[in-house]
Design a protein around this ligand. Sequence first.
Ligand code: ADP
Ligand code: MG
Length: 620
Amino acid sequence: MPEIRILSDQVANQIAAGEVVERPVAVLKELVENSLDAGAQKIEIEFRNGGKSYLRVEDDGMGMNPDQALLALERHATSKIRKASDLNKVGTFGFRGEALPSIASVSRFVIRTRPVSSNEGTEIFINGGKMIHCKDCGMPPGTRVEVSHLFNSVPGRRKFLKTEVTEATHLIHMAKLYALAHPSVTFTLIEGGRTVFRSPACDSPADRVREIFGRGLAESLTPMDAQENDLRLSGLLGKPGQSRSTRKEMIFFVNRRPVDSRTISYAVIEAFHTFVPKGRFPPAILFLEIDPAVVDVNVHPSKREIRFRDDPKVRSFILNSVLAHNRAMASPSSEFKPALPVVEYEEENGRQVPKIDSQALALFGQSKIIEESQPKSNSLQETPCPKEETIKDDQPDLSDGDNKKILPSPSSAEIIPRTMVGNRRDPGAEWRFLDCPHGDLAVFSTLQGVVALHVRAAYERVRFEQLEDSLRDHSSVASQSLLLPEPLEFDGIDRASLEVSLVKLRELGFVLEEFGRNFYRLEGCPHWIDPEYAVRYLHDFLEIARENGGAIQVESFVRQALERQVNYRDETKDDFSDDEIMDLANRLLSCRNPYVCPQGRPIYFEIPTRDFENRFKRKL
Ligand code: ADP
Ligand code: MG
């Protein structure tokens, strides 16, 4: 193994992204990559409680002698690069020398490691960044890292972890991705004593898919392989007629590294254009091999996004090879015939949403919704499916709009919630809860008719206004510092937009320090943002600014950021109980805008009794 050395500060600063250890899955990724970099033939992963309480990665790789092991725990200690120019041809996974010390600083961390050349191993125990001991130990060659009590010493970080189930899902998915990309390595994944999968070294990704994703997926795919100059695309593509409602089974690797790449996914979707119904996605597991010097893996620090220097070339190569494969596969009879669409799929998250029936909407269009049942309803007017904009005109206090204050005036927020919602036997309640018959649909009876409420939409609205309130209450001061400052590199355009908005961004709580031309460090973010997404927010901000020719209203950005925050956070909310629904409805009715969710879709509407009478053609 090459010698490990400390990178000079200058080189460290030129590395435009830091490791991010925000969640257990990030720890897993770093440790598995280290094992792969160490030439492991066998990797065993074990975790408990979604990785929050325990995570172990063990390999039979080249190991380290005691000095190397100690050095590896120093920041910017890496054996993988020396000069900044090495960054252009990184062939290994890690190269920043930040992962081990970062992980060790927020956990109870034990590394045991032994090179083949030595008879003894070294055990180093670090607790919350403090070295407890370093001693000899007996062990087979290789390295074992155990991380327990992740973030226990950093409660602020711990609270942002999702449920154990969610974290476990991420861990399992990530382990599968690495296993998929490295069929020649034996992978074992154990969750709380139970083996999730064990996959011995095998020759082809197809065998791996069968072992770790199951027969179903394996049988819906066929192998493909194409090469053009220095580009090679291989892997598995959906057989004709195969399609999915989400992108979950579109999995891409570049040089064996799992990536999110719009270039690749758009090219694949386009190549499947006539083979898969609109709005559905082909299953595809693809490996792109490309000269590492023309791939920028350092665009988004913790994200898996990458950038190709010659994007159009990569795009057309992928498009053409997938298309050629599909044409060869598709016999005339097997070509896709469109089915009747009954549902739509949301663009961003692939969620299934019912197609809106315009006739049904028109039915309610003439009725004044929620008339006297609550005073705010006047502003809803005749619009059956109001968008945020429509409401805005009627309610000047609402928080969007560039020239308006981003937050409602205090008076509107001070409305004291009245108990307006009760159960069906509660005579005093204006809304009486009847049932939650289908998914997110809750039904209430009112004096004037029946209210249909979308529970999740209501939850989003309530949560959104809570966030708005907390933003107002703490504005311009409260920021939380990031566990690891994120180094960011900007090009001239982004830098210019950033400079224009810097003061405002800082007021909001983004702590951005300049350190060298085009280089910044993000050290903190507003308290209402999940730190995991802080960098993403900033990049989004700059992207929106770029699209607007450099100008963006910080307020409208904040609004978008809040909307997303609501979405990010509610994934984990399970079903609502009856009491929760009533409570939610009550809170909703004291919201500033109870009618539409933050994305502008309706939250509830009332069907007046007279509509029923019209349909029955007699009085009720
Ligand atoms: P990086 O991977 O970016 O170099 P890390 O903090 O992840 O930084 O690791 C620091 C160094 O420790 C690596 O460069 C490598 O030399 C050594 N190392 C880490 N994990 C292992 C392992 N599982 N086996 C052998 N060496 C390792
Ligand atoms: Mg590493």
